[in-house]
Design a binder for this molecule. Structure first.
Ligand code: ADP
Length: 647
């Protein structure tokens, strides 16, 4: 019942508190996760809108640019603008290259010029003097009616001179002249003659600023070059880097090489895009603006113009760089495990935020939560501890009330037995029914003995009660322990002889006196002797000795009776405690005897110990320090006051 009460009063509220707290914390966490998810969603929307806003003008402006008119792209992020012809992506350099090649071919085949060139080419197939060939090409130059024709003829003349190796300076001069020709002056493959000339000059070992600036000019004209031209430029840039004479030239040439390499990469990615274009076309032709990401160097590909035929390619990183303020840390493609998809407008494109899409712990909140857990744990621990204390006290209280009840019944019994005996003998004497004077004296002896037993019992209870309440005034005087011992034995002479006990006394000579309350001391010895009588069972020998050992005077009381189980050795000194042994139940007692002994010995600065085994008997020791003595009326131990021996 008590346990049920304890659980109901302490443990249930405690469990409810813990459950509620855990629930609240869980809810708070859920809320935080939701809030964070909302924030991330907002970032995604912000990033998408910002990206669309950044790309829109690029899309609109670049489709209006007409490269044929020599216009440059209006936005630095633009890689190129192509055209969709059905499912084919036309790259911007393809028509330009074809146009240039076509122009070249048309001009060369004009009736006023073509025969002159053919004649020279036929000459070139036969062995003859170099001057014949050069003369022929010089005539072709003269026959040219268009600068492109003239340049072409000069290019052939320079090549012829170079091949013959006869007049290298003249050849070099012609090549140098070609360096100044514009990018539109090309050969039949659309490669600018100026670039050809630069390469030949470099092969011949010439490397100078003019070649460098010619190549730079070609690179600066547009963000891209047709493929063949790009490869020629790459070769030239590498040769220039090798031929550089000082660190400055080297740096500049390396920069050129880097640009050329970037150009080649651009072309390769553009060609890959061209191959994949049929696959992307479906997404690009949606009515909603949508941008496809493409390639390792991320490009954003969008469509504009009538039926989305203009394909605008924008360098992703350049645009992404402008969106840092939206809360996005980086952009990634769909293969990236983290991040959030940007939605339909950008299929496959993801944004990665500071939280990387996963729940981030908020350190301040975390600390708060930990403090909360710690406080909760503390509350639970304190409650548990309080419950334990309560439980212990409850048990103690229960036990003590049990013992008290037992004590009351024991005392009543103890009082009743001698009273009955006294009454019985007194009545017999009153009626004059007893035999002779000897029997009469016997009866009177019994009555006196029972009275003494009664008063011992009452004295003991009173002394115990006083000592318990701290009201006992100990009267310390130097005492011969032997005297107290003898007095106790005298008090018990009658019951001892009545029950046929043999008391073996051994008192050491010349023992020092100790400061003690003699009456109390006598009571303590009396209690031990009474117990020895009570618990002797069938044994009839009791040993009582007094001796000195290790600076202490020891009173030793030994019986050979029922003994005490080891686990009860400590408890028998508790008030009201009576050992649970079966034999004990038939022996009258109050459970106060040893408690009183312990109190008295403690007040004398001594100690009481027991040595006992069940069925073998028990020995009780009272040990008093020798130097211990006190003054009359002192409430506690004091140094001994000298007093004549044998008082
Ligand atoms: P009681 O009035 O019951 O004797 P005590 O305080 O004197 O109370 O003793 C407490 C218990 O210790 C006893 O009930 C008994 O079980 C045990 N006890 C005391 N003295 C002896 C002894 N000499 N032999 C065996 N048991 C003893």
């Amino acid at each position: 019942m008590q346990l049920v009460l304890l659980v109901a009063a302490v443990l249930v509220p405690c469990a409810v508190l813990v459950a509620l707290s855990v629930r609240i914390i869980g809810q708070e966490r859920e809320l935080r996760v939701k809030r964070q998810a909302d924030e991330q969603q907002q970032i995604v929307v912000r990033a998408r809108d910002a990206l669309l806003a950044a790309l829109k003008p690029i899309l609109l402006d670049e489709v209006r640019v007409d490269l044929r008119l020599g216009q440059a792209y209006r936005h630095p992020e633009t890689v190129f603008v192509g055209w969709a012809e059905e499912d084919r992506l036309v790259l911007p350099w393809e028509p330009e290259r074809d146009q240039a090649a076509r122009n070249c071919r048309e001009l060369i085949s004009q009736p006023g010029f073509e025969p002159a060139i053919s004649a020279c080419e036929q000459l070139g197939n036969q062995p003859h003097e170099l001057s014949l060939t050069t003369g022929c090409y010089e005539r072709a130059v003269a026959a040219a009616s268009h600068p492109q024709q003239a340049a072409y003829a000069r290019w052939l003349l320079a090549q012829a001179l170079d091949a013959a190796g006869g007049r290298p300076e003249q050849a070099a001069q012609l090549f140098r002249g070609l360096l100044d020709e514009g990018p539109e002056v090309t050969d039949a493959d659309g490669i600018p003659l100026g670039l050809h000339a630069a390469r030949v000059l470099l092969q011949g070992g010439a490397a100078d600023g003019r070649i460098f600036s010619r190549v730079e000019r070609d690179l600066a004209a547009r963000p891209w070059l047709p493929p063949m031209s790009s490869f020629v430029v790459t070769e030239i840039a590498e040769r220039l880097a090798r031929a550089a004479k000082n660190p400055e030239e080297k740096r500049a040439a390396e920069e050129l090489t880097r640009k050329a390499a970037a150009l080649v990469r651009l072309l390769q990615q553009a060609e890959a895009l061209q191959n994949d274009f049929p696959r992307l076309r479906a997404v690009l032709s949606r009515p909603q603006p949508s941008w496809v990401t493409y390639g390792d160097e991320v490009w954003l590909v969008g469509a504009a113009g009538p039926q989305g035929t203009a394909i605008v390619v924008v360098r992703g990183q350049d645009v992404f760089g402008r969106l840092a303020a939206t809360g996005v840390t980086r952009f990634a493609d769909s293969r990236d495990p983290g991040g959030e998809l940007l939605g339909e407008a950008f299929p496959g494109l993801k944004v990665v935020m500071a939280s990387n899409g996963s729940f981030i712990e908020d350190p301040a909140g975390d600390l708060q939560r930990r403090a909360f857990y710690a406080a909760l744990l503390l509350v639970v621990l304190v409650t548990m501890f309080a419950a334990y204390l309560l439980w212990r006290d409850l048990k103690r209280e229960m036990r003590s009330s049990e013992l008290r009840a037992q004590f009351v019944s024991s005392v009543s019994h103890e009082l009743k037995t001698p009273l009955t005996a006294i009454r019985m003998f007194a009545e017999t004497l009153q009626l004059g029914r007893c035999g002779g004077p000897e029997t009469q004296s016997d009866y009177l002896g019994t009555i006196v003995n029972e009275c003494e037993r009664l008063s011992r019992l009452v004295d003991g209870v009173l002394l115990f009660s006083k000592a318990e309440q701290g009201k006992k005034t100990w009267r310390f005087r130097p005492v011969e322990l032997a005297d107290a011992l003898q007095a106790a034995v005298r008090a018990l002479e009658y019951p001892l002889s009545q029950q046929g006990f043999q008391l073996h006394m051994a008192i050491e000579d010349n023992l020092p006196r100790i400061a003690a309350d003699r009456d109390a001391l006598e009571q303590a010895i009396l209690n031990l002797l009474s117990n020895a009588i009570k618990y002797s069972g069938d044994a009839r020998d009791i040993d009582l000795s007094l001796y000195r050992e290790n600076g202490e005077v020891v009173v030793k009381v030994t019986d050979h009776g029922i003994g005490i189980a080891p686990e009860e050795h400590a408890r028998i000194f508790e008030k009201f405690y009576r050992a649970a042994a079966r034999e004990n139940q038939f022996i009258p007692g109050t459970g106060l005897g040893l408690a009183l002994v312990a109190q008295i010995v403690k007040a004398h600065g001594g100690r009481v110990t027991v040595d006992s085994a069940v069925g073998k008997g028990s020995t009780f020791y009272l040990r008093f320090p020798v130097e211990h003595a006190g003054e009359e009326g002192a409430p506690g131990p004091r140094p001994p006051t000298p007093e004549p021996r044998g008082r």
